[in-house]
Design a protein around this ligand. Structure first.
Ligand SMILES: Nc1ncnc2c1ncn2[C@@H]1O[C@H](COP(=O)(O)OP(=O)(O)OP(=O)(O)O)[C@@H](O)[C@H]1O
Length: 266
């Protein structure tokens, strides 16, 4: 299958300096794939995403994006000016105006129907993330790019959010590229995981990455947890769960995240 985005030998430097943030990274994502980038703070995850989207200069290598590729992007930080009142409905129409019908449909799809008239500042963390996802979905992207989409959500909120991302992929066929720290949860929602630390430490299926020594060295106790989760999953074959991969996820699907809005971040 041809790639939506393909990168070769990417090298990225810290803006305004010769310091290398990422070196020799190869990357590809195909239609319909869910790929997650994990790695410690400062390991270059957001830099990689920005370079793939063409938002950051390359110090080396090349990136090819499929002609006409539609991308829905939720950046790591979303600047909300709390001094200016803004409803969800208006937010969805920025920068391009959309019809009421489309606004209602996309909010229903992301599990927050009827929020149109609510002020952004009055949303819970989980609702806000779903509104961001709704906005990213509006223009029927071939690829959704979500940079740490569950920041500030509690565990059930995270599980529910990743379940929603999988539903969106199934319903729309969009590929998904995510950056995440939520190792245990996100790895289960991914087809492929890339573990970064200034370069690609390891990559592959979640199962392969969870047992890779480089991954385990980077994530220590958390990696042990991932491993245990895969063992547990492997050891049990639930009668009623043959057709999907969430036998041990007990998210309630309602996204009741208790995080807070990240007001005015840069
Ligand atoms: N605009 C910038 N100006 C200066 N340095 C930057 C900038 N963006 C990134 N960097 C540096 O590049 C390195 C990688 O940052 P990046 O944000 O890509 O990491 P990350 O893996 O996404 O981190 P986190 O998990 O903390 O979000 C860091 O050392 C960071 O300080």
């Amino acid at each position: 299958m041809s790639a939506l985005i393909e990168a070769r030998d990417l090298t990225i430097q810290r803006p305004g300096s010769a310091e290398t943030v990422l070196r020799d990274v190869d990357f590809r994502i195909a239609a319909g794939e869910i790929v997650t980038v994990v790695g410690p703070n400062g390991s270059g995850k957001s830099s990689l995403v920005r370079a793939l989207l063409g938002h950051a200069p390359l110090a080396g290598g090349r990136v090819a994006r499929q002609t006409g590729l539609r991308i829905g992007y939720v950046p790591q930080r979303v600047q909300i000016d709390t001094a200016i009142p803004m409803t969800v409905r208006r937010f969805l129409s920025l920068p391009r105006r959309i019809a009421d019908r489309d606004a209602a449909a996309v909010l229903a799809r992301t599990g927050v129907p009827g929020l149109q008239r609510r002020q952004l500042t009055q949303l819970s963390g989980g609702q806000f993330q779903r509104v961001l996802l709704a906005r990213a979905l509006l223009h029927r992207p071939d690829l959704l790019v979500l940079d740490e989409p569950t920041q500030g959500l509690d565990q059930p909120g995270m599980v529910a959010f990743y379940q929603l991302v999988e539903d969106v992929r199934r319903q729309t066929g969009a590929a998904v590229l995510m950056v995440s720290h939520d190792l245990l949860v996100v790895m289960r929602a991914s087809d492929r995981v890339i573990c970064l630390n200034g370069h690609v430490c390891c990559e592959g299926t979640p199962q392969d990455v969870s047992v890779d020594p480089a991954y385990r060295a980077l994530f220590g106790a958390d990696a042990q947890g991932t491993l245990a989760l895969y063992r547990h999953h492997h050891d049990h074959d639930h009668d009623h769960d043959h057709d999907h991969d969430h036998a041990h996820d007990h998210g309630d699907g309602h996204g009741h995240g208790h995080g807070h809005l990240q007001h005015g971040q840069g």
